[in-house]
Design a protein around this ligand. Structure first.
Ligand SMILES: NC(=O)c1ccc[n+]([C@@H]2O[C@H](COP(=O)([O-])OP(=O)(O)OC[C@H]3O[C@@H](n4cnc5c(N)ncnc54)[C@H](OP(=O)(O)O)[C@@H]3O)[C@@H](O)[C@H]2O)c1
Length: 165
C-alpha cells in the first residue's frame, strides 16, 4: 500500500516564507491532507494486510519534514504536517509489528520531482537533482522491494538512505 497524496500549495494557500504568513485555517488544511489523510488510510488498510508474509505500507513524506535536517526554516505548515506524518508512521509501525511481524511501515522521501506540487519552487533546483515522476517511482519501488521488517518505522529517501526524524 503506497499513499501518494499530499499538498504544499493550492490557490491562495502558499507555503509560509515567514511566521507572519501563518494562517490557522490554511495550516489545518495542510495537516488534514498530509497527516490525517494517510493516518485514516492506515487505520483502514493496515488491519487487512497479510499477517504472515512481507507486506509494505509506505506514505510519501518529505525531507523537509525532518526536524534534525531543518536548517532553513520556512514552510512551517508543510514541515509540521510531514513531521507529524513521520511520527504517525513510526507509531503505527510499532503497533502493526505486533500483528504483522514481517511488515514494513515506512515514510518515504521521493526526491524533488517534476510535478504540480514542486512546480513553483524548483527554479533553483539543479537539473540533475530533479526527477521525472517515472524515475522517482522506479527509485521508490526499488527501496520498497529491498525493505524488511527491520526497516519498519523508518524514514527513507529515494536512494534507500535513512533520513533522521
Ligand atoms: N514533488 C516533489 O518534489 C515532492 C518532494 C517531496 C515530497 N513529495 C510528496 O510526494 C507526494 C506526492 O506529491 P506530488 O509531487 O505527486 O504532488 P501532486 O502532483 O500535487 O499530487 C498530489 C496528489 O495528492 C492528491 N491530493 C491533494 N489534496 C488532496 C485531498 N484533499 N484529498 C485527496 N487527495 C488529495 C492529489 O489528487 P488530485 O490529483 O485529485 O488533485 C494528487 O493525486 C506528496 O505527499 C508530497 O508531499 C513531493
Amino acid at each position: 500500500m503506497i499513499v501518494t497524496t499530499g499538498m504544499l500549495h493550492q490557490g491562495d494557500l502558499q507555503p509560509e516564507r515567514s511566521m507572519r504568513e501563518i494562517d490557522g485555517a490554511n495550516m489545518l488544511d495542510i495537516l488534514r491532507v498530509n497527516t490525517v489523510g494517510p493516518a485514516l488510510v492506515a487505520k483502514h488498510f493496515l488491519p487487512i494486510m497479510r499477517r504472515k508474509e512481507k507486506s509494505v505500507f509506505a506514505a510519501l513524506s518529505a525531507r523537509v519534514g525532518s526536524i534534525r535536517d531543518n536548517r532553513l526554516g520556512g514552510w512551517v505548515s508543510y514541515r509540521a504536517s510531514k513531521a507529524a506524518l513521520n511520527m504517525t508512521i513510526k507509531t503505527l509501525a510499532i503497533e502493526h509489528a505486533r500483528r504483522c511481524p514481517d511488515a514494513a511501515v515506512v515514510a518515504l522521501h521521493p526526491g524533488t520531482v517534476a510535478t504540480a506540487l514542486s512546480e513553483p519552487f524548483r527554479s533553483r533546483v539543479r537539473p540533475n537533482d530533479l526527477f521525472g515522476p517515472d524515475t522517482s517511482a522506479a527509485h521508490l519501488l526499488r527501496v520498497i522491494d529491498n525493505l524488511t521488517h527491520t526497516d519498519t518505522g523508518a524514514f527513507l529517501a529515494w536512494d534507500g538512505s535513512r533520513i533522521p526524524y
